[in-house]
Design a protein around this ligand. Structure first.
Ligand SMILES: Cc1cc2nc3c(=O)[nH]c(=O)nc-3n(C[C@H](O)[C@H](O)[C@H](O)COP(=O)(O)OP(=O)(O)OC[C@H]3O[C@@H](n4cnc5c(N)ncnc54)[C@H](O)[C@@H]3O)c2cc1C
Length: 444
């Protein structure tokens, strides 16, 4: 298929997400350059009752952006529209990739308050799935959204904020791509800052006992646990003023920790582990030992994110922060009893509560546990075994990561689920923004 560049679309016209866990064959694609083009595409899809989906960076693990109808990319909708220097609120075009934001904000002396592990996502993709980082004083991306501009399937443009079209605003802050096409997003930014990072292996037992207290004290704390070991790799980032001296990761440390353990060598180890399961536990012990203690100071956007070149599948749930030690212990028991060996480390993070309707931390301080499986290994049964623990504790699945939950369950863990549905149905009465996955999630 010839045409514009669409993230994830191959030359043969097949669309795949980053993890190749979602595949579809759009019957048409477009990369509109202005809002009138988007309106026309939406009106045409409404008239023909066909589906229209937007893809951001194609980094969701679920088929949330998949369609056999029209697939559009907002890669041309990139950059800053306006900076309010009094409030530090910045209006971005919705397709702006996170990886460009540090450079775009630098001339204004501003930065994003928090980020997740990677920066390939678009801003619209990140907020639509409640993407988050770690830090109990910080929300995920959607909590920092103060205003939005959305084109509805009718072709009409709506500005929304807490004051203007508040119901549409609340639902579109974590909209699952199910309401319309976002074209502009205003984010509450903060003065530029540096991060002092400390990465250090610690006994897992001590980390679990202290995590809930330590995460209150640290600016950004997370840890990785290599299955079958007693070791947690703690990562603590401390915010420093922008005047702080740079002391970036030396190349040899980057080679060992990021390239070898996080990427190139880790891929090789995963392949060995997939073929010879008996090697997984010794490999994980070696990995946990090899990661050296290191500290470094760099610009925030360079510390928050890390390269991820080993392809994997992921499931992540949020639970009440206080429940973390218990939930983690139960997850560990299931994982260690699971008949197949698991190479990938688990990741544990925490965020502040936010006031979005479908944010995974909506109304509660949350801890997150993420489990992964190397892309070359079957994930479904393993994830379902672990998921039972999360369900038992009222966990909320990340909207961009693999899970099995449908509308009945989701309505029980999100107090505003029905408010969201009412707004969605009003915005998109013919369901052109839905696909099979969303119909299952939303019971539509
Ligand atoms: C390697 C890796 C690391 C990750 N790390 C993290 C992490 O640290 N923290 C975390 O929380 N998540 C993480 N994720 C998940 C990821 O952040 C989310 O899945 C995110 O949604 C991906 O953004 P995207 O731009 O690729 O969106 P896509 O996956 O392309 O789309 C996501 C949703 O947004 C919709 N959408 C996109 N643009 C628009 C628009 N303009 N208007 C309306 N709807 C739109 C799509 O239709 C879809 O419903 C990670 C994923 C990967 C693969």
């Amino acid at each position: 298929m010839k045409g514009p560049h669409i993230p994830g679309l191959s030359k043969t016209g097949t669309w795949r997400n980053w993890a190749a866990s979602a595949v579809s064959t759009p019957n048409a694609v477009a990369a509109p350059r202005d809002e009138s083009e988007i309106s026309a595409l939406l009106v045409s899809a409404s008239e023909t009752a066909s589906s229209l989906k937007v893809v951001g960076g194609a980094h969701s693990f679920t088929p949330i952006a998949a369609t056999d109808g029209m697939l559009i990319s907002l890669d041309y909708f990139s950059g800053i529209i306006h900076v309010d220097t009094l409030t530090n609120r910045v209006r971005f075009r919705a397709g702006t990739r996170l990886r460009d934001i540090g450079r775009l904000l630098e001339p204004y002396g501003l930065a994003l308050a928090n980020m997740g592990d990677i920066d390939h996502q678009s801003l619209a993709g990140a907020i639509n799935t409640s993407t988050h980082g770690t830090g109990l004083a910080f929300t995920g991306f959607s909590g920092a959204v103060t205003a939005l501009r959305i084109i509805l399937p009718s072709g009409e443009v709506r500005e929304c904020s807490a004051e203007q079209n508040p119901g549409l605003f609340q639902s579109a802050r974590v909209g699952l791509g199910a309401l319309g096409v976002l074209t502009e997003i205003t984010i509450q930014c903060v003065p530029r800052f540096k991060l002092l990072a400390r990465e250090e292996p610690e006994p897992l037992a001590g980390m679990l006992e202290s995590f809930v207290d330590r995460v209150v004290l640290a600016d950004h704390l997370e840890f990785y646990w290599f299955p079958y070991t007693e070791t947690a790799l703690a990562k603590t980032n401390t915010r420093l003023p922008d005047e702080a001296r740079l002391d970036p990761v030396p190349w040899h440390s980057r080679l060992v920790n990021d390239e070898l353990m996080g990427n190139t060598a880790f891929a090789a180890l995963c392949q060995v582990g997939a073929k010879i399961p008996a090697t997984v536990a010794p490999i994980n012990k070696l990995a946990a030992r090899t990661l050296a203690v290191r500290t470094y100071t760099d610009q925030s956007e360079r510390v928050f994110v890390a390269p991820r070149r080993v392809r994997f599948r992921e499931m992540e749930y949020s639970v009440e922060l206080a429940a973390l030690p218990l939930v983690f212990a139960e997850v560990r028991t299931v994982l260690e009893a699971y008949p197949q060996k698991i190479t990938f480390p688990l990741e544990v993070r925490a965020t502040a509560a936010d006031d979005t309707w479908l944010g995974t931390a909506s109304g509660r301080q949350s801890a997150y546990i993420a489990v992964h499986r190397y892309a070359g290994e079957p994930a479904r049964e393993f994830f379902e075994a672990i998921e039972k623990v999360f369900i038992h504790h009222g966990g909320r699945p990340h909207w961009g990561k693999l899970h099995t939950r449908g509308s009945d369950y989701l309505a029980g863990v999100y107090p505003h689920f029905n408010d969201f549905l009412a707004q969605r149905d009003k915005a998109d009465p013919d369901g052109i923004m839905l696909n099979e996955h969303l119909r299952y999630l939303l019971g539509r």
